[in-house]
Design a protein around this ligand. Structure first.
Ligand SMILES: CC(C)(COP(=O)(O)OP(=O)(O)OC[C@H]1O[C@@H](n2cnc3c(N)ncnc32)[C@H](O)[C@@H]1OP(=O)(O)O)[C@@H](O)C(=O)NCCC(=O)NCCS
Length: 218
């Protein structure tokens, strides 16, 4: 589902379950040593997807460890992102020469709990939801907006190396083009000759999921 949302230079691998064997490599084991079985499985399958995606770029199998903020640590010269939710795991990677950062996220196509809605959406973003729901009632648009923000965060973090709050980016969804923009309401990280003002991404809904992806040009 995610492959179609990202540039052709991105290698994506996805899984709709944990059926295939997914051995952990090296110090990956320590990351989930005390985790419950469900977490171990999603972690292992997503790591397998990541190795599969990296192999297509020519990288041999190697442990993919995690940084101090849980971010995946990719081989030198690689950018990427990982997501998992019930029934879906995916990884997307690209060479740093092609893209500066990637963020992917998958969520069940289910309504957000009301208490979460308040935290993740600004009034302007909430106002857009009714219009989207009237147009396409089968999509949980609030969940999709949440996913877009998670993708934005995963693309933001490796560039800025700091937290980005849900209130610090304003997301506008364009249902005509199945894409979205996220305008940063705080100073962006350095990018090229200037700073990054925002992100653009694409989304898809299907198979009981909403998925979003953000790619930042090199
Ligand atoms: C980190 C976060 C985005 C993960 O999203 P999630 O929907 O809970 O979980 P997902 O399964 O989709 O993604 C989890 C993966 O994200 C990746 N991830 C975690 N922290 C990350 C970070 N700081 N930077 C980049 N990627 C990160 C990891 O690969 C993780 O999987 P792993 O632990 O198995 O390696 C989320 O928990 C979070 O903290 N969100 C708050 C910040 C935010 O979204 N701000 C909005 C800004 S507009």
């Amino acid at each position: 589902m995610l492959g179609a949302l990202l540039p052709a230079t991105v290698s994506v691998a996805e899984a709709f379950g944990d059926a295939e064997p997914a051995p952990l490599l090296g110090a990956e084991e320590a990351i989930v040593a005390r985790a419950v079985a469900r977490r171990r499985q999603e972690f292992a399958t997503a790591r397998r997807c990541a190795r599969e995606a990296l192999a297509r770029l020519g990288f041999p199998p190697a442990p993919i460890l995690a940084g101090g903020n849980r971010e995946p640590l990719w081989p030198p010269g690689v950018v990427g992102s990982i997501t998992h939710c019930t029934g879906y795991r995916a990884a997307a990677v690209a060479r740093r020469a092609e893209l500066a950062s990637i963020g992917i996220d998958a969520e069940p196509n289910e309504p957000l709990p009301p208490e979460v809605r308040e935290v993740i959406m600004a009034p302007a973003e909430m106002a857009g939801m009714a219009r989207l729901a009237a147009r396409e009632p089968g999509v949980c648009w609030e969940r999709l907006l949440f996913s877009a923000k998670e993708s934005v965060y995963k693309a933001w973090f490796p560039l800025a190396r700091r937290w980005l709050d849900f209130s610090e980016a304003e997301v506008v969804i364009d249902p005509e083009a199945a894409c979205f923009t996220a305008r940063l309401l705080v100073p962006g990280p350095p990018h090229g000759a200037g700073t990054l003002g925002g992100f653009s991404g694409r989304y898809a809904a299907g198979r009981g999921l909403v998925v979003t992806a953000v790619a930042v040009p090199a």
